[in-house]
Design a protein around this ligand. Structure first.
Ligand SMILES: Nc1ncnc2c1ncn2[C@@H]1O[C@H](COP(=O)(O)OP(=O)(O)OP(=O)(O)O)[C@@H](O)[C@H]1O
Ligand SMILES: [Mg+2]
Length: 255
């Protein structure tokens, strides 16, 4: 199994800042993620975790700094071309807390349509790939169902299959289990664990501390729009150096 190879850099975030009007929500963020590395991102509500993920795939343009993702560099202030954006969004698969599946399409169409639209795959080709990914997330039997007839955990696994179908180089997860009850969340975490074991490069914003400690190679703690601590997962989770990270982890552990 492939694991963190320090050789190749998949993502480099350099001096990224983000302001909404007068509100600064990201401040001089520097982060590098190697090929095959799994990074968990934790931190209090409002600390800028979602905004950082959204800046990484340019759903939100950063106010300053630059982001290099799989060889494409986008500098703040320079408008990216449509082609760059399409390529970037294919490269970075994103999974949100809410699954955002199309309710009027079957599970299979939900996974196939983006492949046809974005990659120009034929329907037959796309369906084939969809079926293989739906099997991988344990949902081949749901292919012809509508999303509404699937549980939340199943819908999230479908959303993961849909993102994987575009052959991303990195997967960005924004609290993928926080809308799910613990058992359904576990199904999703297991799929993510398998992805990590298979060598996928991942950034996972999560409140699942066990997952952060056991699955990720590295933990990044954010607070007030800054990275306040970063290091090997076990070390950060058990023995954080910064006062701010310690405060947050104590609060989480004592819940
Ligand atoms: N589109 C927007 N316009 C204005 N302010 C925004 C916008 N999006 C986010 N913010 C603000 O940016 C800050 C960071 O928000 P963000 O959603 O990134 O936090 P978070 O760490 O993901 O929090 P949570 O754990 O609650 O999801 C918050 O103060 C939020 O109100
Ligand atoms: Mg968030």
């Amino acid at each position: 199994m492939k694991k963190a190879s320090p050789s190749g850099s998949m993502l480099k975030v350099t001096g990224v800042g983000k302001a909404f009007g007068t509100l600064t929500v990201l401040n001089d963020i520097n982060l590098e993620v190697g090929e095959g590395e799994v990074v968990a991102m934790i931190g209090p509500s409002g600390s800028g975790k979602s905004t950082l993920l959204r800046c990484i795939n340019q759903l939100e343009p950063p106010t300053s700094g630059s982001i290099t993702l799989a060889g494409i560099t986008i500098d703040a202030g320079i408008v990216a071309t449509r082609r760059q954006l399409t390529e970037l969004r294919r490269t970075a698969g994103m999974v949100f807390q809410s699954f955002n599946l199309f309710p009027h399409m079957s599970v299979l169409r939900n996974v196939s349509l983006p492949q046809q639209r974005v990659l120009g795959r034929s329907r037959v080709e796309a369906d084939e790939r969809s079926m293989s990914l739906l099997s991988r997330v344990g949902l081949a039997s749901k292919a012809s169902e509508y999303p509404v007839r699937c549980s939340g955990g199943q819908q999230q696994r479908i959303a993961i299959a849909r993102a994987l179908a575009l052959d991303p180089e990195i997967m960005l997860f924004d609290e993928p289990t926080s809308a799910l009850d613990p058992e359904l969340g576990l199904e999703v975490l297991n799929v993510m664990r398998e992805l990590a074991d298979g060598g996928m490069t991942m950034i996972v914003v999560t409140h699942e501390m066990h997952f952060a400690e056991t699955v990720s190679d590295r933990v990044v703690v954010m607070a007030d729009g800054r990275i306040v601590e970063e290091g090997p997962s076990r070390e950060v989770m058990r023995n954080p150096h910064s006062q701010r990270a310690r405060l947050f982890l104590n609060a989480v552990k004592n819940r």
